[in-house]
Ligand binder design. Structure first.
Ligand code: C2E
Ligand code: CA
Ligand code: CA
Length: 574
């Protein structure tokens, strides 16, 4: 099809220029032809150029004087076969015109695509005087846009990696090629301290990481980016679980090495979910969904980097969905309780605090462990509502027990990262403090070490606000996360809480060295130390010798329901 402007231009050019109307009109035609954005080129019957307009000069880079007298074939790109031109000229001579897209060469030697229409014109007055008129537009920009939008559909522009769209196509191709077996690994960069860096460096880091991974991925395989920090590696060459395990070893080795950008170390964890074709799915969608399921499991499981998908995973997920629904009703149905576990001062032997720990007694399932339902509540966001329920309950219990507590006594409350980041946290705390007339200096907030991986400036601001309310802050599960000591040094915190993992095997399988190191760090940073999970006299004694100010654990007591806790305090003798 000829474009509208080409036809119009063509009509103007021939009716006036060739039919030799009066001079005034001829000038007008000239002026239209020379001012249009379409290039116009006119040749004699031997295809030697006799006229070109301004747009021609602009598009091709040639000046009029340089091309007059030259044959148009001088500008061939070399991209098209002889048949292409033969066919073109046959059309022109038979039908009187030809239109299509082709590549030509600019003066600077660069090839460019153009949409060209050529017309054969016979002179009305001199029949032997044959002319050809060519009208063309430069398609370079349009082609570029087209390529770009085609690319956008299939690629991530920052990393040049295939996106999910292309991933699905590529997996499909492989399934259709009757591939017997292959693996797909979905992986994610987690707990990433990107906010410490400028955005620009994020790409630097991700590209760096991808380049490391590319080294161990074979040529037939590819890496796709499904979202900013989530990727899928298609491993067509891996046929067995043993090979997959070998690959994982290489992969974790490559990705576990530290990175420095602008002298800052990048902290992150790699989590991966793995599926096998055809065992775990027959279609690209099924494979990808199941790989996400395995990835989610890996993300939720501390100190595990990867998870292979299997049927149990699916069943667990269904159970999780059910728990999630039951949990929605738990507050209204009065199924949630707060238990208290005493904390003992290792010098005086006094009970100087209690950690509030949530308990869920469900009609159908009985007691459900917080280790199971808290992570679910965190994923669904329900933890925020539950968290405020806990705060209010602890405040009420504090008021009821106040007269029995000694001067130093503090209640510590676990605050999940999601709730910590909730903008309602401080206003709500203020509201409850006023409502229940709580002395906020008797309240300690436990935040997990992993929270400190996030935007440290915002976190410190929040910590300051909590401090201004009078509360103290403990860093929970210390030693299991990835926080950097240099941050902790600058944070508004009071206590490190050594995770149970560092004491539970003492003395049989663990010499307690890690607990000792953590206690030392805390003392160097002028922080108090509390140890959790002490079950034996030997553990309590050891924790004392390494300088833990406070000890909590089954040795003293399990978490107790409020009345039991009250009895415990009344009967306690050190
Ligand atoms: P956590 O904050 O590290 O809490 C300590 C866990 O260790 C508690 O488990 C406690 O019962 C248990 N524990 C204490 N001493 C001993 C001991 O001597 N031996 C053994 N084997 N275990 C001991 P629990 O109550 O099952 O809570 C598990 C996790 O659930 C908690 O770990 C915390 O992360 C979360 N959680 C519990 N209650 C709350 C809550 O009210 N809010 C939030 N956000 N998280 C909570
Ligand atoms: Ca805790
Ligand atoms: Ca812990």
């Amino acid at each position: 099809m000829l474009s509208g402007t080409s036809i119009l231009l063509f009509i103007i050019v021939i009716t006036h220029y060739f039919l030799r109307k009066d001079k005034e009109q001829l000038n007008l035609t000239e002026s239209i032809a020379s001012n249009t954005n379409d290039a116009v080129v006119i040749t004699n019957k031997d295809t030697e150029i006799t006229y070109v307009n301004n747009a021609y000069e602009k598009i091709t880079g040639y000046k009029k004087a340089e091309v007059l007298g030259l044959k148009v074939s001088n500008f061939k790109s070399g991209k098209h076969k002889e048949e292409f031109y033969k066919d073109m000229w046959q059309n022109i001579n038979k039908k009187g015109y030809w239109t299509g897209e082709l590549w030509d060469k600019r003066k600077d030697g660069i090839l460019y695509p153009k949409k060209l229409s050529i017309f054969k014109i016979k002179d009305k007055f001199r029949k032997d005087n044959l002319k050809y008129v060519g009208i063309f537009t430069d398609l370079t920009e349009i082609k570029k846009e087209q390529e770009y939008s085609d690319k956008l559909k299939d690629y991530n522009m920052d990393t040049n990696l295939p996106n999910e769209n292309l991933l699905v196509k590529l997996i499909n191709n492989n399934i259709n090629k009757n591939k017997e077996s292959f693996y797909i690994m979905n992986f994610s960069i987690e707990n990433y301290n990107s906010i410490l860096l400028k955005f620009k460096s994020d790409h630097v880091f991700i590209n760096f990481l991808i380049n490391r991974i590319k080294k161990i991925v074979s040529e037939d395989d590819f890496i796709a980016q499904t979202n900013g920090t989530k990727f899928v590696i298609f491993l067509s060459s891996i046929k067995s679980k043993k090979d997959m395990n070998d690959f994982l070893n290489d992969f974790l080795h490559q990705t576990n090495q530290s990175f420095y950008i602008e002298n800052k170390e990048i902290f992150y964890e790699i989590k991966a979910g793995i599926v096998n074709f055809p065992k775990d799915g027959k279609s690209p969608d099924e494979l990808i969904i199941n790989s996400y399921m395995a990835l989610d499991k890996a993300i939720d499981t501390k100190s595990i980097n990867y998870v292979y998908y299997d049927e149990y995973l699916k069943k667990n997920l269904q159970k999780e969905t059910e728990i999630n629904l039951l949990l929605r009703r738990a507050i209204e149905n009065n199924e949630l309780y707060v238990y208290y576990q005493p904390q003992i001062d290792s010098n005086t032997g006094n009970i100087v605090g209690a950690e509030a720990l949530l308990r869920w007694n469900n009609e159908k399932y009985g007691m459900i462990s917080p280790a199971i339902f808290i992570p679910i509540a965190e994923r669904t966001g329900q933890i925020i509502e539950i968290g405020y329920f806990i705060i209010e309950r602890v405040f009420k219990d504090y008021v009821a027990l106040k007269h029995k507590l000694n001067e130093e006594f503090r209640f510590s409350i676990n605050i999940s990262p999601l709730q910590f980041n909730d903008k309602e946290l401080i206003p709500k705390l203020k509201y409850y403090i006023n409502k229940y007339k709580v002395d906020a200096t008797k309240i300690e907030i436990e935040i997990t070490e992993n929270l400190l991986m996030e935007d440290i400036i915002t976190i410190n601001k929040k910590l300051k606000e909590l401090e201004e309310l009078g509360m103290t802050i403990a860093i929970d599960d210390f030693g299991t996360g990835f926080s950097s000591l240099s941050y902790i040094k600058n944070l508004n915190v009071d206590k490190l809480k050594i995770d149970r993992a560092f004491i539970k095997d003492y003395p049989e399988k663990d010499d307690g060295e890690m607990a000792d190191i953590i206690a030392n760090i805390a003392h160097k940073l002028n922080l108090n130390v509390i140890a959790e999970g002490a079950e034996t006299k030997a553990q309590v004694n050891y924790l004392k010798t390494i300088g833990c100010n406070l000890v909590q654990g089954y040795y003293y007591s399990k978490p107790l329901e409020r009345n039991e806790f009250e009895d415990y305090m009344s009967n306690y003798v050190e």
